[in-house]
Design a protein around this ligand. Structure first.
Ligand code: NCD
Length: 398
């Protein structure tokens, strides 16, 4: 069997690899595109079959992946409605991906559980592409978001990117903040009340991704995560915003409603600091982004949605090696982890504390293991949903 390569987190890719996607997506736009749209196809991918396995609603992610595959010359098979699949009969995701591995060359999966993509990857014999797993990550959206930012603003390094809305449970935001930090952009969180970035994401930005936390000049005095590059660290943070990334209240991940949810509309954008800001949104939008912004020259979200096709064509081509060597493959589908892995039987005391993690799904009970990266002597990170688990204080014997 050819070695695999999975894409479950934005951090499964190096910056060079992301740049390779950008370059190939640019090439597809040039040779097969009309403005931001792909309008022609090629034949190179004619033996490629993509399966889209969607356990949660989707329009853009599924259809743009399917469109991308068709433009490459390949074909798609799709399970878009969990009520119409064997999941309804109680089949586990583990068995499902094992089966679908026989029918396709790559699987795009969307699931309501955090960590579902990594979990699926353990049972797949073909590359797993995460199309959104619970509140965890949505890495291919992020590559399209970065591609859009780069096209709109000409660069990523040094940009000030404001994130507006539900930063707590938006998976697009979680993949995006890691990527922004890695590419030297500064992050300006503007959460809805009670919807700040999760504590473990904040800690990773400060620790692993080397962001410094600063307060901006000017009357707003917001908190910025300043990227680790030396240039960015020394600079005074300007109140200027280069891009506003708006997200929907993720109603399906909360019990109650949202109070005082921010709204990006012409009034919001009138402030001088947003004078040249590109407005992005992964879509779908509800009320948080006014339709009055659609005709504003700063709106970039429909182009952003269009770019998902060339970006996903490039991703598929690189994963499958349709374009030269593609990416380097890894024996287990992943780069070797720098952290020790700890595996415990299902009934062990060490368990992921995130109740939304795939390991707690009743359908996966027999397949799920308690598996962690050992981050520090008293800190474990769930292998699947990447939630950090702090061990309690050491008990003294006697
Ligand atoms: C997002 C998602 O599913 O996470 N949609 C998308 O893929 N473009 C955003 C959302 O649902 O709010």
């Amino acid at each position: 069997l050819a070695p695999l390569r999975h894409l479950t987190s934005i951090n499964d890719l190096s910056n060079d690899e992301v740049e390779k996607v950008f370059a190939l997506a640019e090439r597809y736009l040039k040779t097969l595109g009309d403005g931001p749209r792909i309008v022609r196809g090629m034949k190179e991918g004619r033996s490629f079959v993509l399966a889209t396995l969607f356990h949660e609603p989707s329009t853009r992610t599924r259809l743009s992946f399917e469109s991308a595959t068709l433009r490459l010359g390949g074909r798609v098979i799709s399970s878009a409605d969990p009520a119409a699949s064997s999941a309804k009969k109680g089949e586990s995701l583990a068995d499902e991906v094992r089966m679908v591995s026989n029918y396709a060359d790559a699987i795009v999966i969307r699931h309501h559980r955090d960590g579902a993509a990594r979990f699926a990857a353990e049972y797949a014999q073909v590359p797993i592409i995460n199309g959104g797993d619970g509140a965890h990550e949505h890495p291919t959206q992020t590559i399209g978001d970065l591609f859009t930012l780069k096209r709109e603003k000409g660069k990523l390094t040094g940009l000030n990117v404001a994130l507006v809305g539900d930063l707590a449970t938006s998976r697009t935001v979680h993949s995006l903040v890691y990527a922004l930090a890695r590419f030297g952009a500064n992050i300006v969180p503007m959460p809805a009340p009670g919807m700040a970035l999760p504590a473990h994401v904040d800690r990773r930005l400060r620790g692993e991704f080397g962001c410094a936390v600063k307060t901006s000049r000017g009357r707003t005095g917001e908190m910025y995560y300043v990227a680790a590059s030396d240039a960015a660290r020394d600079q005074k943070v300007e109140a200027r915003i280069d891009a506003v990334y708006v997200t929907r209240f993720q109603a399906e991940r909360w019990k109650g409603g949202a109070k005082n949810y921010p709204r990006v509309d012409p009034k919001f954008l009138r402030d001088r600091r947003y004078g040249r800001a590109a407005v992005l949104h992964p879509l779908p939008r509800v009320d948080e982004l006014a339709i009055a912004v659609d005709n504003d020259r700063r709106s970039a979200y429909f182009r952003q949605a269009a770019y998902m096709v060339p970006v996903r064509m490039a991703l598929a081509a690189l994963l499958l090696g349709l374009d030269g060597d593609g990416w380097q493959r890894f024996p287990s589908g992943f780069r070797k982890s720098p952290h020790k892995i700890l595996e415990r039987p299902a009934n062990a005391a060490a368990r992921c504390t995130n109740k939304k993690c795939i390991v707690h799904d009743p359908a996966e009970r027999l397949h799920a293991r308690n598996k962690f990266h050992v981050m520090a002597p008293r800190r474990l990170r769930c292998f699947y949903c990447e939630t950090d688990i702090e061990a309690g204080p050491k008990r003294k014997n006697g």
